[in-house]
Design a protein around this ligand. Structure first.
Ligand code: IMP
Ligand code: MG
Length: 174
C-alpha cells in the first residue's frame, strides 16, 4: 500500500493566497497589536509565512489539540494537549488554522479562548473543507475552499508524513 499524491495548490498559488490574507488582516488591524495563535502542528508553516507578511505588530503563541490519530477522520473528541502561555485577556487574537474539516477542533479552541476575554477573536484558516463541516464555526479569513479530499504538504500531514512539501497535494490511497 502506497500513497499517490496529486498536486492541488502550488507553492506559488499558496504564496499568493497568503499575501491576500495578510493584506486583509493588515488593513483590518492597522497598527493594533495581534496575537497569532498557531494551532500545532499543521499550521506551523502557514503561521510563519502569514506573520511575516502582516504589517501590524504581532506576537505568536502555540496551542495543540488532538483528535486525529493516524487516520483520516475526526473523532469529535478533542483534547487540548498544549495550552497557550500568553494571557490573551484584552488582546486582539487571530487563531491560525491549517484546515477546517468537521469543525470540532476549531470550535473547541475558539470556545475555550473566547472565555478568556480577548478584545477580538478572529479565525484565519488556510483551507476550508465546507462540505465536511459537522459543527458551525465561522472563519473570518479563508484562503482556499474545497469540498473534500485529504490534503498534505505545507504543514499538513498524513501520519506525520509530507509536512515538509512546499506544495499541497491530495492523497490517493493505492
Ligand atoms: P476537524 O476537527 O475535523 O475540523 O479537523 C481539524 C484538524 O484535522 C486540522 O487542524 C488538521 O490538523 C486535521 N486535518 C483535517 N483535514 C485534514 C487534511 O485533509 N489533511 C491533513 N490534516 C487534516
Ligand atoms: Mg491542525
Amino acid at each position: 500500500m502506497g500513497d499517490r499524491l496529486e498536486k492541488l495548490f502550488s507553492s506559488d498559488a499558496i504564496s499568493a493566497v497568503v499575501d491576500h490574507l495578510a493584506e486583509r488582516i493588515s488593513q483590518d488591524f492597522d497598527e493594533e497589536e495581534i496575537v497569532f495563535v498557531c494551532v500545532l502542528k499543521g499550521s506551523y508553516i502557514f503561521a510563519a509565512d502569514l506573520a511575516r507578511k502582516v504589517k501590524a505588530p504581532s506576537a505568536v503563541d502555540f496551542i495543540r489539540a488532538a483528535s486525529y490519530g493516524n487516520n483520516m477522520t475526526s473523532s469529535g473528541a478533542i483534547s487540548i494537549t498544549k495550552d497557550l502561555e500568553t494571557d490573551i485577556a484584552g488582546k486582539n487574537v487571530i487563531i491560525v488554522e491549517d484546515i477546517v474539516d468537521s469543525g470540532f477542533t476549531l470550535k473547541e479552541i475558539r470556545d475555550m479562548l473566547s472565555r478568556r476575554g480577548p478584545k477580538q477573536l478572529k479565525i484565519c484558516a488556510l483551507i476550508d473543507k465546507k462540505a465536511a463541516r459537522q459543527v458551525e464555526v465561522q472563519c473570518d479569513y479563508v484562503g482556499f475552499a474545497l469540498d473534500d479530499g485529504f490534503l498534505v504538504g505545507y504543514g499538513l500531514d498524513y501520519a506525520e508524513k509530507y509536512r515538509n512539501l512546499p506544495d499541497i497535494y491530495v492523497v490517493h490511497k493505492t
